[in-house]
Design a protein around this ligand. Structure first.
Ligand code: GLN
Length: 479
């Protein structure tokens, strides 16, 4: 039986508990080297960072995020840092430019301190398809930190940084955030520029934020949200017509039947939030999403088809590793890919090619597109009736690394709750609700397109009742 989450009835949460003034904290050579030593020790156990550089003490920065150390997932470009995408093929590749989101963070005074581990090209759920390092969970080193943004989530949960950028194509910000007990936002599709994010599946890809508090998540998201001429699919959600998320008393909440999740702790987390919202006068209704059954299949058909096309650029000619000798150009491409790419990535390129093959196209890709349209419509309809949907993030808590964990098929099926938001282009936020048998658990809030700030506002309210948990072995050094 799962223990109930840490419920905080009668417990007063002070806003901004974990708000440290990074500008003053990291302002001398001594404090910076202390910070570097803490990160070194913790990262030795967790392997969250692929690359870390202590910030310069004389450079506290100016702007709304002045001095804030930020980690960036290693499929997002940061000038002069490597951009490996967790792949051997790009192990030595350095980015000559900044992603738009990174440029905006720097402009706002944030300090980029490192690049975090990920599943190769973002393809996976446990950071273990990385050919460079598999991140461990700060709550239990034998378990995964989740994926694909496992490095970002573990870096935040273990107090190495207060905030990190991740990418979310099918759940890669929310699932690791939830496995590690921190906040993770997948924005509305296009709300944050994708310029400088290495493409996995372009119609689903988003840059998202992992943070230790919803306040911090908000301040970072506010800086990176906006349209960008370098990404023609980007939109300014501030100029979208979105219904205001009302206060709790006037809130209508859809709650996805919790028993669709395998783990009783996951079901408990959904019920905890439902019970609290009801106690505050919110109107809750249980909803059924018939499309959920198809979400993972639709997602993996579309994502692999797009991945096959996007990864064609890694041919050993333009980027990264290539063999010392090849007889001809075809062999150069073949050898570069066969030695540079890992098995999961190869599998997905093959699947993507398969679903697009002439004769199969209509049966797989065409069908998936029609189902995707249906999923979008169902979500649109849902948000005419409810302000927000509460659901599980993943059917289990953080699973064990290695052969005791989920099978590849189970892992893919388990993406059903998160992929819906990517397929429909709507925002979704994972938040922690407590500790269940020693592991963090939480729920997902999903909202209408452009409703990102509404979700964050609700997460702030819920943080007052479900405080963000801290892993016992990694106390927050800066709070
Ligand atoms: N687990 C999903 C996948 O493997 C999600 C990945 C992501 O969001 N980048 O594709």
């Amino acid at each position: 039986m799962a223990e109930p989450g840490i419920r905080a009835s009668g417990y007063e949460i002070k806003e901004h508990v974990v708000q440290a003034d990074w500008k003053t904290v990291l302002n001398t050579a001594d404090t910076v080297s202390e910070y570097g030593a803490t990160v070194d020790a913790r990262n030795g156990e967790l392997e969250a960072f692929l690359e870390f550089r202590s910030p310069a003490p004389e450079d506290p920065g100016e702007g709304p995020l002045a001095g804030l150390p930020v980690a960036v997932k290693d499929n997002i470009a940061v000038r002069d840092f490597r951009l490996t995408c967790g792949s051997k093929l790009l192990e030595q590749f350095e980015s000559p430019y900044d992603a738009t989101a990174v440029a905006q963070l720097k402009e706002a005074g944030a300090r980029i301190v490192g690049k975090t581990s990920l599943d190769e090209f973002g393809m996976g759920s446990a950071t273990d398809t990385s050919t460079l390092s598999a991140t461990r969970n700060p709550w239990d080193l034998s378990r995964t930190a989740g994926g694909s943004s496992g490095g970002s989530a573990a870096a935040v949960a273990s107090g190495m940084v207060p905030v990190a950028l991740g990418s979310d194509t099918g759940g890669s910000v929310r699932q690791p955030a939830s496995f590690c007990g921190v906040y993770g936002l997948k924005p509305t599709y296009g709300a944050v520029s994708r310029f400088g994010l290495v493409a996995y599946a372009s119609s689903l890809d988003t840059i998202g934020v992992v943070a230790d508090t919803p306040q911090r998540l908000e301040s970072v998201f506010s800086v990176i949200a906006g349209s960008d001429e370098k990404d023609q699919t980007s939109v300014d959600i501030r100029s979208m017509q979105v219904r205001e998320t009302p206060g709790l008393k006037a809130l209508t909440v859809g709650v996805l039947a919790p028993d669709t999740a395998d783990d009783p702790a996951v079901q408990q987390a959904v019920r905890d939030v439902e019970t609290y919202l009801q106690s505050q006068g919110a109107n809750t209704e249980r909803v059924n999403l018939p499309v959920l059954e198809y979400a993972a299949a639709v997602y993996y058909t579309i994502a692999t088809a797009e991945a096959g096309a996007n990864l064609a650029r890694f041919d050993g000619v333009r980027y990264g590793e290539r063999p010392l000798y090849a007889e001809n150009p075809d062999e150069l491409v073949r050898l570069s890919r066969s030695t540079g790419l890992g098995d999961e990535v190869k599998l997905r390129i093959l699947l993507g090619t398969y679903v697009l093959r002439s004769g199969f196209h209509d049966q797989y890709y065409g069908r998936a597109q029609r189902l995707r349209a249906r999923i979008s419509r169902d979500m649109q309809d849902l948000f005419t009736r409810v302000d927000v949907l509460v659901s599980p993030v993943f059917p289990t808590l953080a699973f064990p690394l290695g052969s005791d964990g989920l099978t590849p098929y189970q892992r893919k099926q388990a993406d059903r709750y998160t992929t819906v938001a990517n397929l429909a282009g709507v925002p979704a936020l994972a938040l922690p609700t407590g500790v269940y048998d020693g592991l963090p658990g939480g729920v997902q809030l999903t909202g209408p397109k452009g409703g990102d700030f509404g979700l964050i506002r609700l997460a702030k309210v819920l943080a007052g009742v479900f405080p963000p948990p801290t892993p016992p072995n990694y106390p927050r050094v800066w709070s």
